[in-house]
Write a protein that binds this ligand. Structure first.
Ligand code: KIV
Ligand code: ZN
Length: 398
């Protein structure tokens, strides 16, 4: 059997997409998903092994536990940049700088809302006030750390001309990464791509910084929007394992990474993620948060590489590429699974019998197959033991 192949275009450094994992910060903001210090340290090691570029380990001023997690992750991780979140005030930024002090590579991520809704109802601030706060907070952070990310909270509901001025102020004050969050999961792909195209073309200094996506999944568009952002010029994606995060969650790391990898024929952008660690990371996050992964979840769901229909099983037995666009091995999911059920065909049934040690003649095979179909009509899961029992019965009745 041949593995599916996707022709990959030559990779250039300017198309490299930085993977910023926020499972431990935005992901942990999912109600009920809090993680212990030990769990965060273990997860940080998995993310580092997976070659995640930036790990956002927490929001240091939010609690002593969050501070300690960012501080200790900074001590044990050497390959990834460690980032902490801070609002636009000096106390937040100081606490964040303190937490990442020991990191080999540390980042302060500071943010401020820019949309009319947040300006009027949360901050009660004018546009000029916002611009001043950006200049002060980013400049203050930049004096403490050479790597500063600035996020325009609720960017996608912000007037585009004002967003340009905010981004310009952040760049002038020393931001090295500019994040354009779709905080409430409101945008759609072509619109989100246009925001990046416009900012990159029109904001002075834009070519000196990295632009980042940060998409929430309220309309189920987080992954599509993130990929559109990348096509619009973003070179960092903010993601969470299994897509956990506030409300409907963040863009799922595994989906974006595999979309870029599998469609390397179409998308020149690429990540440095070692994808064979993806399933381990997914299962670990599910175990520590208690959030189950839905069976049909792309990439990491237990059915993502399971085939039940006879037509699909027959195709799979002839060539895996007929019904799989990536191998389960490439994401650490073990092997493809031909599930025996009422839609299974004779070809898969014969292969299943072979794997169980049976080589039946035509009559016995027909008899056993008929019994299998009758059973599968009545029973949701047909296990190997059921098949052994019905084959033995069929053979006895010959
Ligand atoms: O969704 C959001 O706007 C955020 C920011 C804090 C980056 O999570
Ligand atoms: Zn968010």
């Amino acid at each position: 059997m041949t593995a599916p192949v996707s022709p990959v275009a030559p990779k250039s450094e300017r198309d490299r997409v930085i993977v910023f994992d926020t499972t431990m910060r935005d992901g942990e903001q999912s109600p009920g998903a809090s993680m212990s210090l030990q769990e965060k340290l273990e997860l940080a090691k998995i993310l580092e092994e997976m070659r995640v570029d930036v790990i956002e380990a927490g929001f240091p001023i939010a609690s002593n536990g969050d501070f300690e997690a960012v501080r200790q992750v900074s001590e044990i991780v050497t390959e990834s940049t460690i980032c902490g979140l801070a609002r636009a005030g000096m106390a937040d930024i100081d606490r964040c700088a303190e937490a990442i002090k020991k990191a080999k590579r540390g980042r302060i991520h500071t943010f401020l809302s820019t949309s009319p809704s947040h300006r009027d109802h949360i901050l009660r601030a004018s546009q000029d006030d916002i611009l001043e706060m950006i200049t002060k907070s980013v400049g203050y952070a930049r004096n403490l750390c050479g790597d500063v990310e600035w996020s325009a909270q609720d960017a996608t509901r912000t007037e585009q001309d004002f967003l340009r001025r905010c981004v310009e102020a952040a760049i002038r004050a020393g931001a090295t990464t500019i994040n354009i969050p779709d905080t409430v999961g409101y945008t759609y792909p072509s619109e989100y791509a246009e925001i990046f195209v416009d900012l990159i073309a029109n904001v002075p200094g834009a070519d000196e910084v990295i632009f980042s996506t940060h998409c929430h999944n309220d309309l189920g568009l987080a992954v599509a929007n993130s990929l559109a952002g990348v096509q619009g010029g973003a070179r960092q994606v903010e993601v969470a394992i299994n897509g956990i995060g506030e409300r409907a969650g963040n863009a799922a790391l595994e989906e974006i990474v595999m979309a870029l990898k599998v469609r390397g024929d179409r998308l020149p952008q690429w990540t440095g993620i070692e994808t064979q660690h993806i399933t381990r990371a997914s299962r670990y996050v599910s175990a520590i948060t208690g959030f189950p992964v839905q069976f049909n979840k792309a990439i990491v769901g237990k059915n993502a590489f399971a085939h039940e229909s006879g037509i699909h099983q027959d195709g799979m037995l002839k060539d895996r590429g007929t019904y799989e666009i990536m191998t389960p091995e490439s994401v650490g999911q073990g092997a493809s699974n031909l599930v025996m059920g009422k839609h299974s065909g004779r070809h898969a049934f014969r292969e299943k019998l072979k794997s169980l040690g049976y080589e039946l003649g035509q009559n016995a095979l027909n008899e056993a197959f008929q019994r299998f179909k009758d059973l599968a009509d009545k029973k949701k899961h047909v296990f190997d033991d059921d098949i052994v029992a019905l084959v033995d019965d069929a053979l006895a009745s010959q």
